[in-house]
Design a protein around this ligand. Structure first.
Ligand code: AMP
Length: 170
């Protein structure tokens, strides 16, 4: 199944010069979603104790992937959304900074975590999420993406961590 056909290119969204990869046609196709989750679940990255995903599009793949693997799900969220004790990592954007948070008790020391997001661009968001997991004593088993923009240095930014993607845009 060619999952790439279910991505819609939207030019100049959310701002001029950005070619937005719209995943809503993929979400709307249950056979393609089933195939997407199955392919993510087949990535061979050893024992997985938890799946973590980044708000909000990452959740759309992270929760079904965790169910498929039979492990717990950990939400990585934007600041101020999580109610319990949190850890925060800030990261640099093109203009300004952003941050992500995790519950301090979400991952235990030595647990192997599979991180997932919809799309890898610069890797800033995923890099910060990895730092959160590692800050809890967790081990990043892999960073998995549905889409990778290969013309950006996201993969290099996440090195030496393992990076997997289902669709490569060149
Ligand atoms: P980055 O931190 O630069 O790797 O950006 C990754 C996050 O931004 C992902 O969670 C994506 O949802 C979103 N994103 C960045 N660029 C695009 C794009 N061209 N199309 C769709 N989503 C994008």
């Amino acid at each position: 199944m060619d999952l790439a056909k279910l991505l819609r290119d939207v030019p100049d969204f959310p701002k001029p010069g950005i070619l937005f990869k719209d995943i809503t046609p993929l979400l709307a196709d249950p056979a393609a979603m089933r195939e997407t989750i199955a392919r993510l679940a087949r990535l061979d990255c050893g024992r997985i104790d938890k799946v973590a995903a980044i708000e909000s599009r990452g959740f759309l793949f992270g929760v079904p992937l965790a169910l498929q693997l039979g492990v717990g799900f950990v939400p990585v969220r934007k600041p101020g959304k999580l109610p319990w004790k949190t850890s925060r990592v800030e990261y640099v954007l093109e203009y300004g900074t952003d941050a992500v948070e995790i519950h301090q008790d979400a991952v235990r020391s030595g647990e192997r975590v599979l991180l997932v997001d919809d799309l890898l661009a610069t890797g800033g968001t995923m890099g910060a999420a990895c730092q959160l997991i590692e800050g809890c004593g967790g081990v990043v088993a892999a960073c998995a993406f549905v889409v990778e923009l290969c013309f950006l240095p996201g993969r290099q930014r996440l090195a030496p961590r393992r990076v997997d993607s289902l669709i490569q845009v060149r």
